[in-house]
Ligand binder design. Structure first.
Ligand SMILES: Nc1nc2c(ncn2[C@@H]2O[C@H](COP(=O)(O)OP(=O)(O)OP(=O)(O)O)[C@@H](O)[C@H]2O)c(=O)[nH]1
Ligand SMILES: [Zn+2]
Length: 223
């Protein structure tokens, strides 16, 4: 990867916008908003990552940005094993309200892919936590790299930004890539009986800022 000075704030190679197209979004709960979907040439990992521009990013001093990693089971089918579906829904509305961008990153299963994630779920059902299960499969706990995200933000002329996340690694990686993350805005906490063990592991192991009540349910589910 060659450093690029012409790209503005990032230390990554240039990517460019390929297509911008308007998509009216309609969610299952009736919420509707219009997004501008943007595709790119030249992304570092060659994946088909998508940007959704919501509201007017130029209206805010620092547009709100979310890096959302693909989760087929949660985003599409509403799986309660994780919090991805509600986080995605929340992010779209919050970003649209102030203006910003949602990057939908093709990083299923924290980068290990769908089939491996489902293998990891099987191991979790046998008692391992979400990180132990990846390791037991010989895979990284979290294989995500946000270089392509930095390229997309640069191509969209997003400079200072506020990042919507509970995951400190996303902000750290972006800053290391030269992206000026101003503030971190926490997402909501969408705990259910089915995902509380997963959320607890993220808070404990990777220092996600997820405030979970120390309820009997949590204690019982966390082994
Ligand atoms: N390997 C693995 N991946 C999982 C599991 N549960 C969810 N995922 C994946 O984890 C990713 C969640 O991504 P994000 O929504 O960006 O969540 P995050 O990294 O916790 O960060 P924030 O939501 O921004 O706080 C998605 O790619 C899911 O497919 C699991 O048990 N194992
Ligand atoms: Zn998920």
């Amino acid at each position: 990867m060659h450093a690029s000075l012409s790209a503005g704030h990032t230390l990554v190679a240039n990517a460019s916008v390929r297509t911008r197209v308007t998509i009216p979004l309609r969610f299952a709960d009736g919420y509707e908003v219009t997004a501008e979907a943007v595709t790119f040439h030249g992304l570092a990992d060659g994946k088909e990552h998508l940007a959704l521009v919501l509201g007017d990013p130029t209206a805010a001093s620092a547009p709100l940005v979310r890096l959302h990693s693909e989760c087929l089971t949660g985003d599409v089918f509403g799986s309660a094993r994780c919090d991805c579906g509600p986080q995605l829904r929340e992010a779209v509305e919050r970003i649209a309200a102030t203006g910003g961008v949602l990057l939908y990153l093709r990083q299923e299963g924290r980068g290990i892919g769908l089939y491996n994630k489902l293998d990891a779920y099987a191991l979790q059902d046998a008692g391992l936590d979400t990180y132990e299960a990846n390791t037991a499969l010989g895979l990284p706990e979290d294989g995500r790299d946000y270089t392509a995200a930095a390229q997309m933000l640069t191509a969209l002329d997003i400079a200072d930004l506020d990042l919507l996340t509970n995951n400190p690694d996303k902000a750290q990686q972006l800053r290391d890539l030269g992206v000026p993350v101003r503030f971190i805005r926490r997402t909501g906490v969408f705990a259910t009986d089915s995902n509380v063990r997963y959320l607890h592991a993220k808070a404990q192991h990777t220092h996600h800022t997820i405030a979970l009540p120390e309820t009997a349910t949590v204690t019982a589910l966390v082994g």
